[in-house]
Design a protein around this ligand. Structure first.
Ligand code: HEC
Ligand code: HEC
Length: 237
């Protein structure tokens, strides 16, 4: 049995120790915040992007850092997962990117606003979250479907990244993350399946060739289309 004064000392001592631990841990957390959030990377564009994020209540559907609503995809690693060119096209016209599939709201953002949103999401993706979000359990399987059977070593023209093709299709063993779940094949050996005319017809309007396709119609100039078709069909030589 403790005497009254022993109980008092026990109470005060215990409270003192745990208050000290609480203060030390709080101080330690605050000391680490600037490094973990990569505070130095918060540019004016990131700041503007965050305001766009808040003003439009994106969190009403999406989660960011795991917080928000569970209707739409978690966006912390959106830039890493999709790549900037894909996101740029998606935010400009979300429906066009998912033909025959789910749809996101079209906010009719202008190009500058889209750059800001992407800058904000990129900053989010670089915050040190101790490993959150975990890699999806299917990530390895999805990788296997996009492993190119014939990996070209020819330099891939910039247009493939600029127009988001490599976001969905792997080429030269790179890319394909955004298209793995849609069944977008690697393009290294597409010359075996489609000749030049077929490639041009497909790429300029996929749904005209296959109405239920999941490949979006990408706005290309005739010169860009020509460059892509010429490159893809040259891979067999
Ligand atoms: C009404 C619900 C809703 C709201 C609000 C919303 N989104 Fe979405 N978003 C979706 C859905 C659903 C998808 C999944 C793509 C699809 O099926 O079209 C999506 C997909 C995305 C993607 C692509 C993610 C990926 O990896 O595929 C990005 C980026 C995105 N939204 C950004 C935003 C931003 C930025 C805002 C706010 C300006 C916003 N969303 C507001 C429903 C919403
Ligand atoms: C949003 C993802 C997405 C993007 C972006 C995309 N594709 Fe596709 N693509 C697909 C899917 C999915 C298929 C398979 C379609 C099917 O069979 O219905 C496909 C099929 C193809 C095929 C036919 C492949 C074959 O084996 O016959 C070619 C060629 C192609 N895409 C080229 C391109 C080019 C070039 C671009 C960029 C201008 C591009 N794609 C952008 C998703 C995408």
């Amino acid at each position: 049995m403790l005497s009254k004064s022993q109980a008092k000392i026990f109470f005060l001592g215990g409270t003192g120790v745990f208050t000290a631990a609480f203060l030390a841990l709080t101080f330690d957390t605050h000391r680490k915040v600037p490094a973990q959030t990569r505070q130095a990377n918060i540019t004016p564009a990131v700041d503007r992007g965050k305001h766009i994020w808040e003003d439009n209540n994106c969190m009403g559907c999406h989660t960011l850092f795991g917080e928000g609503a569970y209707y739409a995809p978690e966006l912390t690693k959106a830039v890493e997962r999709r790549g900037k060119p894909w996101l740029k096209m998606f935010l400009k016209d979300p429906e066009a990117m998912f033909p025959n599939d789910r749809k996101m709201v079209n906010y009719h953002f202008n190009d500058a606003q889209i750059e800001d949103v992407i800058a904000f999401l990129e900053w989010c993706g670089n915050v040190d979250l101790n490993g959150f979000p975990a890699k999806p359990p299917l990530a390895e399987k999805m990788k296997a479907t996009s492993a190119a059977p014939v990996v070209t070593t020819k330099p891939v023209p910039a247009i493939f990244d600029m127009m988001a093709c490599r976001g969905c299709h792997s080429l030269g063993g790179q890319g394909g993350m955004a298209g793995a779940a849609l069944g977008a094949p690697p393009l290294d050996d597409v010359y075996k399946r489609k000749n030049k005319a077929e490639l041009a017809a497909w790429i300029s309007d996929p749904a005209k060739v296959k109405p239920d396709t999941k490949m979006p119609k990408i706005p290309l100039t005739p010169a860009q289309l020509e460059e892509i078709v010429t490159f893809l069909s040259s891979l067999g030589n």
